[in-house]
Design a protein around this ligand. Sequence first.
Ligand code: HEC
Length: 477
Amino acid sequence: MIIAEAGQSWLIFWGHFHPMLVHLPIGMFFIAGILHFFSKQASDLPEIIIRILIWTTAFSILSATMGWGLAQSGEYDSDALQIHQWLGIITCVLAAGLTFAMRAGLASRPTNLLFIISLSFLTITGHYGGNLTHGSDYLTASLPASVRSMLGMKEVEVENSVVEKIANLPEAIVYTQLVKPVLTQKCTSCHNDQKQKGKLRLDTPEFILQGGEDGPILVAGKPLDSELIKRLLLDASDEHHMPPKGKTPLTDNEIALLHWWVQHGADFTKKVAQLPVDDKIKPVLASYANGETSSESPVFKKSVGAPDESDLARIRTHGILANPIAKDHALIEVNAINAPQVTSKELSDLRAIQAQIIRLKLGNTRMSGDFLKEIGAMPLLILLDLNHTKIADNDLDNLKNLAYLESLNLVGTPISDRGLAHLAKIKSLKRVYLWQTRVTEKGVSQLQKMRPDLAIQSGFKGRWPLEVDSTKLTLAK
Ligand code: HEC
């Protein structure tokens, strides 16, 4: 059993070389074709073409066996995979056949025909293979919207949490109108009909109920026993966190929404009015009722010039993600999740795009408190995450002029009650996260008195608004 398992993982390891190696025979086959059709037929050319074809055949067969190994990983949709596999095998056979035919001195007309057929199969196989790795929309996704609509293609979904306003919320179907859009925006790119990471599809109720390689992912009524929810609540650095690193994570509201849905039965047909509404989910639902999300911030109505690509590129050399909040958008989200080593020195490159940054996530970096001066000069900042950084109470004074700051994360910083006084001055602030700091209950209640409108998350461990300690979650494997 163990041996079989090890064999299986070696096979998949081998298979992972397929997408890389496969380009070698493709290139060689085309070179052979180009020489055959477009070069002056020097006397020794056919001999050279045959040599190239022999190597093409050898490498085609090698990469086909790798492809077969990769198929065993179960990461791919079986229908599309079957087509690609058989086309690949036919292409190998054609390469071999062409080699033999040319060696046997086949006449030029049938050779030409065989070449054309072979290269056509090669192209179609490659196209199906590309669809398997990148999704069938990969090539056309970047076409201008007008061209896409002319070609009858659907609109590309923007990879960002733009919440649709729902007109009649109580009558909305929870799954269809609230849950599914989240899955579509954040999950189905890897869990769909083309690609099934973890052998899981999240695009239809049937597949969601079916679960993944470790079995069902939903336990109705028990969100914390449901793989689907647990994966969202894990620490963002956990390798099993969903979506994986580098992809836009779910917002707290989205997590709360999915949690609420599972907690009340993970039903695919019930309406909002049919599920119990508690204090935690109320503000989340409210944000859907009037389309009020961070996208409602006045910042989104401002016209801002696009940042300079070279500035973004320089920031990215430090491993910092700096991306438009939506395609072709001038506003930028900056996230240093993959760059914990950066200090204020590297971060000073952000000055070049300070006018465009609206979300800044610098948690766990080696930034020092004096960098808050620079942050204080980012006029459109809506969200600031400084968790587990070494900032001091007085540094927070630099934030007082941020006119649009709504959300501030100070988790795990050495902030004390003295720092809270500075927070009270940030008029736009709606939420502040303070757990694992040195603030006291007294300090928090004082701040709350000064700013009754402020949502202060202080005492509990875990993600707001679910008081879940993610370190206690155990996964199926
Ligand atoms: C970039 C690709 C990608 C995205 C996007 C993604 N996943 Fe995954 N998912 C994976 C991979 C790879 C695995 C298998 C490895 C693992 O189990 O961690 C997986 C596994 C899972 C599993 C476990 C299945 C099982 O039975 O083992 C669940 C549940 C899951 N994902 C849920 C989600 C949810 C919910 C989202 C959206 C919030 C999401 N995934 C987005 C790549 C992705």
